[in-house]
Design a protein around this ligand. Structure first.
Ligand SMILES: [Zn+2]
Length: 258
């Protein structure tokens, strides 16, 4: 999805978003095979909508709106001993367990239950995020996918307006390893085969930035087929640190998620 669009953002004193449900579509798709992202529209007509994600966040076009703080509950509890799965296009960490992790507030229309999180990265330090900010890419991006508590599960919510809420976090390069992230990515070599999995204690609450008061909010879509425009996106201003060593560890150990 490289046709990034300039859109107006609600800059919430703060700023928010989501994107894919890997493997939920009815047909084959890939970032690289079957013609790549340019061919998605031929198989999935919903990938030609007006609210497609990701986007380039043009900060000069954002405006302030005070939605109040986002409340996050049970991230650490839900990410203890979770299952990491190689989903083919990324590694998905399953958060769908008890006690339920959930988010609310921050202008969200309901409570949203956490479903999973995953990462996007590239082949080096400079280009790997899905969203851009003022034309700039980041080396990595993490998406935490939630579904509205109005619905019984992710699959049902994914087809409903505002059914999903995705939190997005950019990564910036640091000179030192991110130890929380390291605990997760050191498992990746164990799951090189698509469909394989491993358990890890992810400490998700420790991985996200301490300051989550500033974020960008917009209505968008899943970033992969079927590209459903049912996602409330929240992209946070504060970033997560990652070392060059860690970014460059990911590329040769797994596919490029793009
Ligand atoms: Zn994603």
């Amino acid at each position: 999805m490289l046709n990034y669009k300039k859109i107006l953002f609600l800059n919430l004193l703060i700023f928010i978003f989501l994107r894919e449900v890997a493997g939920s579509s009815g047909g084959n798709w890939s970032y690289m095979e079957y013609g790549g992202t340019k061919k998605w529209k031929y198989t999935f007509h919903t990938c030609t909508g007006k609210k497609q994600s990701p986007v380039d966040i043009i900060t000069a076009l954002t405006f302030n709106k005070n939605y109040g703080p986002m409340e996050i509950v049970n991230y650490d509890e839900a990410s203890a001993q979770i299952l990491l799965t190689n989903a083919g296009t990324t590694v998905v960490a399953d958060l769908h367990k008890d006690p339920k992790a959930k988010i609310s507030g921050a202008g969200l229309p309901s409570v949203y239950f956490a479903h999973s999180f995953h990462f996007h990265w590239g082949s080096g330090d400079g280009f790997g995020s899905e969203h851009f900010k003022d034309g700039t890419s980041f080396p990595m991006e993490m998406h935490i996918v939630h579904y509205s508590s109005t619905y019984s599960n992710l699959e049902e919510a994914a087809h409903q307006p505002e059914g999903l809420a995705v939190l997005g976090f950019f990564f910036t390069i640091s000179t030192v390893n991110n130890t929380i992230l390291q605990g997760i990515i050191e498992k990746f070599p164990m799951i090189k085969a698509v469909g394989s999995n491993a358990k890890v204690d992810a400490q998700l609450g420790m991985l996200i930035p301490k300051d989550i008061t500033k974020y960008y909010r917009y209505s968008g879509s899943l970033t992969t087929p079927p590209c459903s425009e049912t996602v409330i996106w929240t992209i946070f201003e504060s970033t997560i640190s990652v070392s060059s060593l860690q970014v460059n560890f990911l590329h040769p150990h797994l596919f490029i998620d793009r």
